[in-house]
Design a protein around this ligand. Sequence first.
Ligand SMILES: CC(C)(COP(=O)(O)OP(=O)(O)OC[C@H]1O[C@@H](n2cnc3c(N)ncnc32)[C@H](O)[C@@H]1OP(=O)(O)O)[C@@H](O)C(=O)NCCC(=O)NCCS
Length: 145
Amino acid sequence: MQVLRIKANDTHHLRHKMLRPNGTLDDCIFQGDNDELTFHLGAFVEKKLVSVASFYFERSERFPEPYQYRLRGMATLPEYQGQGLSSALLRTAFPVIKQNQCTLLWCNAREKAMGFYLRVGFAPTGELFTIPHIGKHILMSIKID
Ligand SMILES: CC(C)(COP(=O)(O)OP(=O)(O)OC[C@H]1O[C@@H](n2cnc3c(N)ncnc32)[C@H](O)[C@@H]1OP(=O)(O)O)[C@@H](O)C(=O)NCCC(=O)NCCS
């Protein structure tokens, strides 16, 4: 398995399949995808892209840290889940986030993925809320030291 930086466009297939199966390809383009401080990571198994995650320099007012990153579009193809690929992407991202002077990573976690985020060290804040057409989410975060 190899973790590499990928382009925003490279994430679209996995985002569509895993996160927006009923959406259009346009729904797989996220705001800030091509911003200077945004980065996208992919895990490759036998040269096939099987897991993606994207990181945006974006602050949530719910946290006091002045410089924060937001995690979005985290997805692993079903047949590759549970093999540590998403965790590997996060481990690769943490030093990059730190290098960019940020001390917190947050995300709106899907209720179904909450167990994953807890397992890798994220903590929940507040109550579940609904994002239309997608479902219940919870704000989660992890400090980056
Ligand atoms: C959530 C998701 C990204 C996790 O990816 P993954 O590559 O399977 O994650 P990992 O293998 O790195 O998992 C790390 C640990 O979390 C556990 N885990 C993974 N998903 C879990 C879940 N939904 N609930 C509880 N634990 C989970 C794994 O078993 C593993 O535990 P271990 O350290 O004891 O082996 C993947 O299940 C997925 O793509 N889901 C569908 C899309 C989605 O919901 N994305 C999140 C949007 S917020």
